[in-house]
Ligand binder design. Structure first.
Ligand code: GSH
Length: 205
């Protein structure tokens, strides 16, 4: 049997989900051994640090023992392995995909910091307000881009935005993002029908 690559993985992490959506889309799931790994900002995990000093997931350990991180690097590597379509090679399609990727990742970064702050004993209200302002502004902008998203191919950009919206459902249920961005919600409902998106929905445990 061919050696498999080890992916430090959790079913809750939206960044890991990006990698898993790519793996499903590209038919590479059988090449991955998923290693359940707990990554918490306040508790660096020695098992992850042995291969990634930043103690973050996803981290990929390739068959030759070399490692790749972070999520977008792993996604692009998988896409290259499979000669996939998830990273358009050039032109406007590339910039659009990379911009949506940056948008989705940036939104995720803000949401995770927002959640961390919200769960502290004495959260700083100005920080909470700033994260909420950015999340609302992002949803407003993405709602305006919903038609372009609908017309674009499924790429690293669209799948990362889907992960960010999935994370809003998972951790920010009361935020009611769909009322703020109804056209984006329609796009998300379509994208959520993909087998790769369904197979990777976040779960506790
Ligand atoms: N930019 C990184 C972010 C990864 C990340 O922050 N993952 C979280 C889990 S959702 C993590 O490992 N947190 C642990 C930490 O920040 O120490 C990526 O895209 O892979």
């Amino acid at each position: 049997m061919t050696a498999r690559m080890k992916l430090h993985w959790s079913p809750k992490s939206p960044y890991v989900r990006k990698v898993m959506i790519c793996a499903h889309e590209l038919g590479l799931v059988p090449r991955l051994e998923l290693v359940r790994s707990v990554a918490a900002m306040l508790k660096p995990n020695p098992a992850i640090m042995a291969v990634n000093p930043l103690s973050k997931i996803p981290t990929l350990v390739r068959e030759d023992g070399s490692t790749l991180f972070d999520s977008v690097v792993i996604c692009e590597y998988l896409n290259e392995l499979a000669r996939g379509p998830l990273f358009p090679a050039q032109g406007e399609a590339r910039w659009q995909a990379l911009r949506w990727h940056a948008f989705g990742d940036g939104l995720l970064d803000a949401l995770i910091l927002w959640r961390n702050e919200r769960e502290r004993q004495a959260p700083l209200q100005p920080l909470l307000d700033a994260f909420e302002l950015k999340a609302r502004a992002s949803l407003k902008e993405l709602d305006e881009e919903a038609q372009a998203l609908r017309e674009a191919p499924f790429t690293i950009g669209s799948l990362t935005l889907a992960c960010a919206l999935g994370y809003l459902d998972y951790r920010f249920d009361a935020f009611g993002w769909r009322t703020q961005a109804p056209r984006l919600a329609e796009w998300y409902a379509e994208v959520s029908k993909r087998a790769s998106v369904q197979a990777t929905a976040p779960v506790d445990g």
